[in-house]
Design a protein around this ligand. Sequence first.
Ligand code: ZN
Length: 299
Amino acid sequence: MNLLEKKDAVRTAKVFRAARKQKGFSQLELSKKLSITQGTLSKIELGKLSVSSSIWYEFCNLTDLQPEWAWGLGVVDRPEMKNKITSDQVGSFSLPEKYRLNRGTPARSIRALLGYFAAVYGEKKLNDYMERIGVDPDYFLVLSNQININFSLDTFEVLAADGRLKPENLKMIANAYSNPTFHGALAGRFHTTGPEVHENLITDLIRNAGHYDMNFNYVIESVQNGVVTISIAPSEHLKAFNYKRGELGAALCSYKQEILKSFVTLGSGSSGVSPLAIEERECHYKGAPRCLFHVRILN
Ligand SMILES: [Zn+2]
């Protein structure tokens, strides 16, 4: 394989693993359906073998993927597949019980956290961590897959114990949101040109918030004189969790603000300077029923 073929093979390997497990197929089952040996499928899934177009099309047919679209992404992204909080279905992915119930965090947003983890500690440490907690990293290659809030909280705790949950760290994690690629199939929903671009971006994001977080309800309360008022209230199912966890809750509130600041630089080449000033008027982690932000757009 030349370099380009190698890149293609690594990308398709991810899609193969993700879509196969999503369908609940074992390697043996899928290889039979594709009329190839399990050894061949194994090589494909390790990125060691290029996929012929006939196998690719048959594979997409078997796993309900759109062939052209799935090829380029290296992930499985089907935004219509959300709202599955209570589902027990996890295909043939390994996902421990403690992360299964009341799932409300889509892989789409978990990837920001894991990307940061890998950037700081390396891919190997990330894989070791996932193995230790029994979570298949491929689960997050299907962007609509969900995991419950304990997963983010536990991972944030690991970072906090290592002094990596300071404001600058939260800003780095949230930085993923400024990258159009991060948003996959949703990227086209965001208005990155035209007048009032930042105001539109904020409202676009809140409108699509369910694709990123179903643990909280995000509402635009008003838009007035360049100030967007946003409320973020816990969903009913959060009562099943000790989700505030003392200091950690305050950090998560800051993280949401950093996400907003980062997201509105989408498409601007990420100058690193956010055009937003956020003032929090009420905070759920300080006893209020919700967090309430006044988001001012700076000119
Ligand atoms: Zn708050």
